[in-house]
Design a protein around this ligand. Structure first.
Ligand SMILES: Cc1ncc(COP(=O)(O)O)c(C=O)c1O
Ligand SMILES: N[C@@H](CCOP(=O)(O)O)C(=O)O
Length: 433
């Protein structure tokens, strides 16, 4: 598969080139040249397919011929080494739990898939690759974990100081080895802007091979399609009119769901559930797309004021506002509403959610008011213990810590404080000096 740049002024790239570069030379996001729907027999037989087989068929066209079939099968098998259960909440609402991986957030799937692709492409390469990542909380930990010890790859993670949870910070600052954490005096969008600026910097790019492990990288983004298929497999015999409510920040996850739909997955509608960072909610009601500075919320990983992947969503719908609107609704919720939803989920349904999942639940409720015949699946994108203070204070009950969380809690944080792009550049240049 070849990929074109959404800025349309760079040459097309193979999957391998797109993964290694991360972003096109004209700074556009890569997008696949074609999307061929899966045959109807795939959906007719989905009950008899394993998750690995489903994932293989979903992604093969996007990575072929750069990753041979046997290698791809191994990558998928290693990526999907944990469970993706759908849990029933009420008659019309279920949740897809995406937190059973090593860092307990949905990012584990994309990070594990991408690290193995890059490891494969880099196996005979003597030139080291530097993976730059901006995180508002979960990408950093997942990428650190996914790339830990990968030969020839150094990972540099930028995170906004004081704006990620304690556990998230531990997950991205305690691994050492080939992982460096940079604590930025700013918000997530500052981190993301610095990463994008680094790709524009000739002094850096002529001295080192830079790539990104944010969802701008196609190998991080596309595997996020897998679990929409897994949810469908679990639900399609008992539920019709399946809609997904995706707690959204950078819009990579929901955009991956839309790619699954393009492959033929019968998803009736998408709901982008937002906290008060509501650029897309506003766009759908006003037609005016106005990125704005992010505000801090209790669903911190969604504190994004300029979502990178919205341009891919526009491309999927060929920049047609009405087509997009017929397939996507969006709602924005305050922290107070999120706290009430956490409480309601616990007290009414005995379900302990995390603040991001709670925003997704609110999105389901809002949509179902207008569409009572739908079945809404909200993505539970992280484990509640990653946001221990918020969740415990709301439900007023201690929750057991999983082994993955206990393993990092008492580790010592190691991070370099930076305030601006020059600081980032110095860290990167010093590393190769
Ligand atoms: C727990 C959690 N939920 C939701 C999101 C938002 O996902 P996306 O950025 O793909 O929209 C993130 C961050 O990506 C996250 O970490
Ligand atoms: N919410 C994310 C922000 C980065 O998103 P990505 O999917 O583009 O990596 C985070 O948790 O860091």
């Amino acid at each position: 598969m070849n990929y074109y740049s959404l800025n349309k002024t760079a040459p097309n790239s193979s999957f391998k080139e797109a993964v290694i570069k991360g972003i096109a030379p004209d700074k556009g996001l890569y997008f696949p040249e074609s999307i061929s729907p899966l045959p109807t027999s795939f959906f007719d037989n989905i009950d008899s397919l394993s998750y690995e087989e489903i994932a293989f068929q979903a992604i093969e066209q996007f990575v072929s011929p750069d990753i041979p079939e046997t290698v791809l099968k191994t990558i998928i098998e290693e990526t999907l080494s944990f469970d993706f259960p759908v849990v029933n909440i009420s008659e019309n609402i279920s949740t897809l739990e995406l937190f059973h991986g090593p860092t307990m957030a949905f990012k584990d799937v994309g990070a594990r898939f991408m690290s193995r692709c890059l490891g494969y492409f880099n196996q005979d390469n003597t030139k080291e690759v530097t993976v730059l990542v901006a995180t508002s909380g979960d990408t950093g930990g997942a990428v650190a974990n996914g790339f830990l010890g990968v030969k020839g790859v150094n990972v540099v993670i930028l995170y906004p100081s004081g704006k990620v949870s304690d556990i998230q910070e531990k997950q991205l600052t305690t691994l050492k080895q080939n992982i460096t954490a940079l604590e930025v005096d700013g918000v997530f969008d500052d981190c993301q802007d610095m990463v994008k600026q680094a790709f524009l910097d000739d002094e850096l790019t002529s001295n080192m091979q830079l790539t990104s492990a944010n969802s701008i990288n196609v190998a991080r983004w596309l595997p996020q399609m897998f679990y929409f298929f897994f949810a469908y497999k679990q639900l399609h015999n008992t539920h019709k009119n399946i809609v997904f409510s995706v707690p959204s920040g950078n819009f990579g996850n929901i955009c991956a769901g839309m790619m699954a739909q393009q492959l033929g997955l019968p998803i009736q509608h998408f709901i982008a559930s937002n906290n008060e960072n509501n650029v897309v909610t506003e766009y759908l009601s006003s037609r005016s797309y106005q990125p704005k500075p992010s505000v801090q919320t209790i669903s911190n990983a969604m504190d994004v004021g300029n979502p990178s992947n919205f341009i891919r969503i526009q491309e999927i719908y060929k920049n047609d506002f009405e087509t997009l609107k017929s397939n996507l609704s969006s709602y924005s919720f305050s922290d107070d509403q999120t706290r009430k939803a956490l409480k309601e989920l616990y007290e009414t349904y005995n379900y302990v959610a995390d603040p991001h999942g709670a925003v997704g639940y609110l999105g389901c409720k809002a949509y179902l008011e207008e569409h009572p015949n739908a079945h809404c699946v909200f993505l539970e994108t992280a484990h509640p213990t990653k946001f221990l203070d918020v969740v415990v204070s709301v439900i007023d009950k201690n929750i057991a810590l999983p082994a993955q969380i206990k393993a990092v809690m008492d580790q010592k944080k190691v991070a370099i404080s930076i305030t601006n792009y020059q600081d980032l550049k110095s860290v990167l240049l010093n590393a190769i000096a």
